[in-house]
Design a protein around this ligand. Structure first.
Ligand code: ISJ
Length: 193
């Protein structure tokens, strides 16, 4: 895998062992779900098709606590495919945020968000200062943001604990957009949703 994020500072010690967004094959939601229907993937399907804020849904499943661990955050180049999806020049920097959403002390979801420079203007300035506050709170508390259709991503496992399944969508505010990828980790999928 190309080290496209080498210039994002890793914020957590031992970050090499932490989950990374895999290079997935992205398919539109409906064909991907059809492809998976023959497989015993009920938990995956539940999470892949859940509407509304994922943060909120995970918080509701916690017995004790929910928190966001920021793994990497900073200006970096998106992959060529991410840039095409967002309609931005492929060599243009973007603000890239990678986090783990953790329930009851365990990482459940790894998320990678690509925010183009234009989206960081105006009210979007706040996106660079989320810290441990979930992005979902920002996006779902503001009426101006709406979500586009989901794509489903399937990747090959590269190491135990690394995600192999995820979903991705763009959020839009007028002509500005951002891209949120959410990758489901094995210890979430092992639980009954
Ligand atoms: C988009 C949402 O925000 C969640 C929180 C994120 C963050 O804090 O970086 C990233 C992806 C999401 O799963 C959501 O809650 O649905």
């Amino acid at each position: 895998m190309p080290s496209r994020d080498s210039d994002i500072s890793a914020l957590t010690q031992g970050a090499m062992d932490l989950p990374r967004a895999p290079e997935a094959r992205w398919l539109p939601g409906v064909p991907a779900v059809r492809l998976m229907l023959g497989r015993p993937l009920t938990h995956e399907l539940y999470w892949l098709t859940l509407e509304g804020s994922l943060t909120r849904a995970l918080q509701l499943r916690c017995m004790e606590s929910f928190h966001v661990d920021v793994l990497r955050e900073g200006y970096s180049r998106p992959s060529v495919e991410e840039a095409l999806t967002l309609g931005i020049p492929s060599r243009q920097l973007a603000w890239i945020r990678e986090v783990q959403l953790c329930g009851d002390g365990q990482p459940w979801v790894m998320a990678r968000t690509v925010i183009p420079l234009d989206t960081l203007k105006g009210n979007g300035r706040r996106l660079r200062h989320l810290g441990r506050r979930p992005l979902g709170h920002f996006l779902f508390s503001q009426r101006r943001w709406h979500r586009g259709p989901f794509q489903i991503g399937i990747a090959r496992a590269t190491a135990p604990g690394q995600p192999t399944i995820g979903r991705r969508s763009r959020f839009f505010r007028g002509k500005d957009a951002l891209l949120v990828g959410e990758y489901f980790l094995p210890n979430l999928l092992a639980r009954t949703p």
